[in-house]
Ligand binder design. Sequence first.
Ligand SMILES: NC(=O)c1ccc[n+]([C@@H]2O[C@H](COP(=O)([O-])OP(=O)(O)OC[C@H]3O[C@@H](n4cnc5c(N)ncnc54)[C@H](OP(=O)(O)O)[C@@H]3O)[C@@H](O)[C@H]2O)c1
Length: 249
Amino acid sequence: MIRFLITGHSRGLGAALAREALARGGAVWGLARRSLNPPPGVGPERFRETAVDLGDLPRLVRVLEDLDLETWLAGSAMVVLINNAGLLGPVGPPERLAATEIVRAAAVDFVAPLVLTSVFARATVGLPDRRVVHVSSGAARRPLAGWGVYGAVKAGLDHHARTVAVDAPAGWRIASVAPGVIDTDMQTEVRGLDPAVFPERRRFLDLARDGLLVPPEAAARRFLDHVTSDVFGREPVIDLRSLGDDPRS
Ligand SMILES: NC(=O)c1ccc[n+]([C@@H]2O[C@H](COP(=O)([O-])OP(=O)(O)OC[C@H]3O[C@@H](n4cnc5c(N)ncnc54)[C@H](OP(=O)(O)O)[C@@H]3O)[C@@H](O)[C@H]2O)c1
């Protein structure tokens, strides 16, 4: 059985990933502030969740110490950490951003994934196939005005994946994956941004108007196909849109 530890499993892409992983017969442990209703018939042996605010780093560290991941993951043929939880954070040029919002975005989008990767690496020593996926963004690779914080933290995840890939612990694969533009709450937030601080807002409005947002369920299928495949991790930084299939299939 493949066991998945998924952050931000309560909504959006993370909820679709959790449901798809369960539909494929896997087991899921979700970490988010809110919960997800598991599909009918899925019991605690295949689905569990822990309520945690990934922006509260001292509490996150305490929660992780109590999880006993080793026992849950023991004996699995493949174990996968998906650092999916994220927020857009403050948008605008630096002089307009509140320090507290910068700190919060950096904690949720960047520090928590690094902490989780480390905890996961320790909990999975000796397992034959252990994989870490950071959910990145095209904004990590192309600067978008106003998105300095979001772009920087996602670029940080990209570089963390490149670097840990070089560390190459036994049985280990890691990649930072940009998932494409997906129809979630985050996209609703993007379309609501003030164009004075986010000049590319029009492009995102057009994508939604033209039906070009990928449904979360389709994105999750494609994402899991890649993450569980033999090629996963050969490239530590990848964009799902570069893989060739129709993302809306
Ligand atoms: N949507 C897109 O077009 C797009 C494009 C590129 C990359 N991404 C990336 O894809 C990932 C998922 O995004 P999404 O579009 O699905 O976003 P979303 O619909 O806003 O969902 C965000 C998820 O992250 C969790 N989360 C947010 N803040 C959290 C916190 N403080 N503690 C714990 N969990 C938290 C939320 O759970 P709770 O609210 O229950 O805590 C929720 O499950 C993100 O990393 C995002 O940057 C999205």
